[in-house]
Design a protein around this ligand. Structure first.
Ligand code: OGA
Ligand code: MN
Length: 287
């Protein structure tokens, strides 16, 4: 691990600060998207076909678009594979089921009375933030539909790219307000399973996701624009790369995707998500 020195500057933090200072419009222009920066992505053909359970809220796999990221080895971007209704269902689960846990940033939130303040909830093997470990005996069942979703995603990506499969054993659900950030870090507590991919689902407002190298000094991080429904897969060497979220961006498209044809239940979700972003970060913990 190389220390940060004047000859070896922290390239990650300078890019992080750069995005902190930009306007939303500048972030939308600079952060990589398929439309604005097609040359940094390489499309991966998908040939597998799988029958999908409608409860997963997915479009037929023949409509999915998967890309490898030329700027980061092993990193894949799956452009929103959900239907609009599917996105609303996942947001509803994040708000009304996954936030109602005993292990959250606001303590026991079983009755959801602290939803407006919640920052994270853990599912499956619960992450111990203080000691940075998972414990075999601190476990609740992974929600079936989330495990199912991850299995389908892994089958598709693995058949298309040859990456290894991942059992969804633990998830961190991050709830971001418009001014929330996530500082540069690596996820390395899954020590039995660091060769297994990590799946990251985005819902709600957009974000700038920075991904760099395995140290903060070896390269400048690249910015990716993540919009509602988009999925990031960290496989191979990218699994251990530094990453961060310097910005949440108000997304004008969210209204169209999520607010059209809503029913009463969706109205409650909308009142939460219209100024939030939710990230579901799923990992395998044990080999
Ligand atoms: C994490 C993480 C990224 C995101 O939870 O470890 O890196 O997109 N989340 O919110
Ligand atoms: Mn992370």
């Amino acid at each position: 691990m190389s220390a940060t020195t004047s000859e070896n500057p922290d390239l990650f933090t300078s890019v992080y600060k750069h995005f902190r200072r930009l306007s939303d419009t500048e972030c939308y222009t600079e952060a990589y998207s398929i439309v604005n920066h097609p040359t940094v992505f390489q499309q991966c053909p998908i040939t597998i076909s799988i029958d999908l359970d409608p409860s997963l809220g997915l479009q037929p796999i023949s409509n999915w678009s998967l890309y490898s990221c030329k700027f980061c080895d092993g990193l894949y971007f799956l452009s929103n594979p959900f239907t609009s209704t599917g996105q609303r269902q996942w947001i509803d689960r994040c708000i009304n089921i996954y936030a109602r846990q005993t292990k959250t940033s606001v303590g026991d939130n079983s009755n959801n009375e602290n939803l407006s303040r919640i920052r994270w909830a853990t599912l499956g093997y619960h992450y111990d933030w203080t000691n940075k470990i998972y414990k075999q005996d601190d476990h609740t069942k992974m929600p079936d539909e989330l495990a199912q979703l991850c299995k389908i995603i892994m089958q598709v990506i693995s058949s298309s790219t040859g990456c290894s499969m991942m059992n969804a054993e633990a998830a961190i659900v991050n709830y971001y307000h418009m001014n929330s950030t996530l500082c540069a870090h690596t996820d390395h507590s899954e020590y039995d399973a660091l060769t297994k991919p990590l799946i990251s689902l985005s819902f709600g407002n957009a974000a700038v996701f920075l991904i760099g190298g395995q140290t903060k000094t070896e390269c400048k991080p690249s910015p990716i624009l993540l919009r509602s429904g988009d999925i990031i897969l960290m496989t191979g060497s990218s699994r251990l790369c530094f990453h961060a979220v310097p910005r949440i961006l108000s997304d004008p498209l969210l209204n169209d995707i999520l607010y059209k044809n809503i029913d009463d239940n969706d109205e409650v979700c909308w009142s939460y998500i219209h100024d939030k972003r939710i990230n579901v970060n799923v990992r395998q913990v044990y080999s």
